[in-house]
Design a protein around this ligand. Structure first.
Ligand code: NI
Length: 181
């Protein structure tokens, strides 16, 4: 089922998620609905806040060909799509700077500095603890989605210059969607 995606200005985007005690059928359904919603909107990641939910869940699906070849090789053992329950980034190294977008910010983009590599611990849909280490675009996506689960938005990480460039659009978007910045 495709869910509604909340936009910048909606208070849900500033909430901090709560870890789920156990992954049950209703949360598995939520993750599947989030994936369906993300794909319908042509995104590569979606966090529960973006569909107005406060469970600590995000989904990621990076299509083949989106990553640098060496990153794709490094990330090869990580099977898409990812459904991350209670994800936490436990290690990071290096840095990368590149353009980023977000389904809650239509027509607004900017470059963000992220770690080049991250290690993420989470629980999978069968309640098994997992640890993955990812680089490049996938590492960027994981950081973006885990930020959402902590109420942090990618525009918070824009440089002053980037923020100034989109200030008018951000203000308008926020005003149209509840006014919470
Ligand atoms: Ni986002």
């Amino acid at each position: 089922m495709v869910l509604g995606i909340v936009k910048y200005g909606n208070k849900a985007l500033r909430e901090k998620s709560s870890p789920v005690p156990v992954v049950n059928d209703s949360l598995r359904k939520l993750a599947d609905d989030m994936l369906e919603t993300m794909r319908a909107a042509r995104g590569v990641g979606l966090a529960a806040e973006q569909v107005g939910r406060l469970e600590r869940i995000c989904v990621i699906d990076i299509p083949d060909g989106c990553e640098e070849p060496e990153d794709a090789m490094f990330n090869g053992p990580i099977k898409m799509p990812l459904k991350l329950f209670n994800p936490v980034i436990v290690a990071h190294e290096g840095s990368q700077y590149d353009k980023e977008g977000c389904l809650s910010f239509p027509k607004i983009g900017g470059a963000v500095t992220r770690a080049a590599q991250v290690t993420c611990q989470y629980v999978d849909e069968e309640n098994r603890p997992q640890t993955i280490t990812a680089r490049g675009f996938l590492a960027r996506a994981i950081q973006h989605e885990v930020d959402h689960l902590d109420g942090i938005l990618y525009v918070d990480r824009f440089s002053a210059v980037e923020r100034l460039a989109v200030a008018g659009k951000l203000k308008k978007l926020a005003r149209e969607n509840g006014g919470v910045r």
